[in-house]
Design a binder for this molecule. Structure first.
Ligand SMILES: Nc1nc2c(ncn2[C@@H]2O[C@H](COP(=O)(O)OP(=O)(O)OP(=O)(O)O)[C@@H](O)[C@H]2O)c(=O)[nH]1
Ligand SMILES: [Mg+2]
Length: 458
């Protein structure tokens, strides 16, 4: 992603008849266009970015005399699916790094490569002692970086449970999805999505591969999919009441799954959850299975209270009711669907409140970016002190090094962002070499007293 550079500010003086030298009138450069990612519910895949990898926004136009500002470069807006995670990507190592943004709601935007600001024209540098500043700023370079886009599943609800619990049977009962169903474990190898409707509500439900003990550390197939569950608002835990052909204890299965979710990510422990007793058609004739249902019923109620932090009347993320269902006969499926739909509706409303200004997301990412960019480091390398930091390097690149006044202004900016102090702390002495953005400067302390630009902003 390559943003446009800002246009240069203009250094110019007004010319009028009979006025030998008018005041400064150099206009500002326009800002460069940014590359922006925008989550769009109408986009369902990242396929557009499979083959086209390079995106570049326009540069800003240079300022002109008579206070004429240059035009801004246009932004490039790339639409991505809701659920796209953006990470910095290192071209050299081929590794994805820090997460830059997580686009979770429709319309959410993230400026991935910011256009450079336009340089300011010389009108900005007038001070009480310098009425005719003979310099202007160059445009800022635009950001240039590589990112990795990953689309994570965003279903409203996910069916989880041990292999063969009947998750695929359930999704095929609830929606038009037709996954493979079979009486051996790990029939489902990739998640299936289905759209279920109940009354006026509809929700997206995912059927994920069965989880087994140790899934959180990569056993079985579950781990790959636990990261999807991580982003699902509601977990529908399907318990096989027959214990399956291995004759397992349904209560033990239930505990194992809960433990795996918790160990994968602690916050999954408090994720809203509905527990379903499946294969109830087979339970009717079996005394021992009926006993299991009663025990599970009690366990779910107890877990629900515990999840509400011991307060029986507080809303608990875990539905206290155990839903009796047969995915085979369809018994109880409509009631379950209605319960999921209601819960999903409430969760969406809560999420909407949280994100009510979708801006707030953008602000958070923006603040993170700023603090990342404002920071700089000073490192002693051989005989020089090397300074690294996005903002400070940009300041240097914005300065016409051949123009003495411009360089003096740069020194003012250095002081303002604390470079002098940082250099002194790092042990710099007068005359030492300081390298920023590939350019050499000489350290000189005690200049703060004669800062002729003290009254100006950065
Ligand atoms: N009797 C009975 N059998 C069921 C019921 N639901 C599912 N089954 C059977 O249980 C077996 C496993 O069902 P699936 O839906 O494939 O189970 P799954 O949870 O998706 O299994 P994995 O994909 O392997 O994790 C199949 O033989 C189904 O026919 C039910 O309500 N009653
Ligand atoms: Mg399955």
């Amino acid at each position: 992603m390559k943003a446009g550079a800002g246009g240069a500010g203009c250094m110019s003086f007004r010319r009028e008849a009979h006025v030998p030298k008018g005041g400064p009138d150099g206009g500002d450069g326009g800002s460069g266009g940014s590359v922006v990612l925008e989550a769009d519910a109408a986009v369902s895949t990242l396929i557009d970015y499979r083959f086209k990898h390079h995106f570049k926004a326009q540069r800003g136009v240079h300022g002109k005399g008579s206070r004429m500002h240059g035009a801004n470069g246009e932004d490039v807006v790339l639409k991505v699916p809701v659920g796209t995670v953006v990470r910095a990507y290192d071209d050299d190592t081929g590794q994805a790094g820090e997460m830059l943004a997580d686009l979770v709601c429709d319309g959410q935007r993230f400026v991935v490569a910011r256009g450079g600001r336009g340089g300011r024209g010389n009108t900005h540098f007038v001070t009480s002692t310098r009425r005719a500043p003979a310099f202007a700023e160059l445009g800022e370079p635009g950001d240039e970086l590589s990112v990795e886009l990953e689309m994570k599943l965003l279903a409203d609800a996910a069916l989880v449970g041990v292999p063969s619990a009947g998750k695929s049977s359930m999704i095929s009962r609830m929606s038009a999805a037709k996954p493979k169903i079979a009486d051996y474990p790990f029939t489902t190898l990739v998640p299936n999505l289905g759209v279920a409707t109940s009354g006026d509500d509809s929700f997206v439900i995912a059927d994920v591969p069965g989880l087994i003990e140790g899934a959180h550390e990569g056993r079985g197939l579950g781990h790959e999919f636990l990261r999807h569950i991580e982003r699902t608002a509601l977990i529908v835990h399907v318990v096989d009441m027959t214990g399956g052909y291995e004759g397992r204890d349904p209560l033990e299965d239930y505990r194992i799954i809960n433990e795996e979710l918790k160990r994968y990510a602690a916050e999954l422990d408090a994720r809203p959850r509905i527990v379903v007793a499946n294969k109830m058609d087979a339970v009717a004739q079996d005394e021992a299975m009926q006993e299991s249902v009663r025990r599970l019923e009690e366990q779910v109620r107890a877990d629900s209270i515990a999840a509400a932090e011991g307060d029986e009347f507080a809303p608990s993320p875990i539905d206290p009711k155990l839903y009796h269902v047969s995915a085979l006969t369809g018994q109880g499926v409509d009631a379950l669907k209605a319960a999921i739909a209601t819960k999903v509706r409430h969760l969406r409303e809560a999420a909407r409140l949280e994100a009510s200004d979708a801006e707030s997301f953008e602000k958070v990412w923006e603040l993170r970016r700023q603090s990342r960019e404002d920071a700089f480091t000073v490192q002693r390398e051989e005989d020089a002190f090397v300074v690294r930091g996005k903002r400070i390097e940009r300041m240097v690149l914005q300065t016409d090094q051949d123009n003495e006044e411009a360089v003096t202004f740069l020194q003012h900016r250095f002081r303002r962002i604390g470079l002098d102090d940082a250099l002194r702390e790092a042990g710099a002495r007068d005359g030492d070499e300081v390298v920023i953005a590939g350019l050499s400067f000489e350290y000189e302390s005690g200049m703060a007293d004669d800062d002729i630009y003290a009254e100006l902003d950065l």
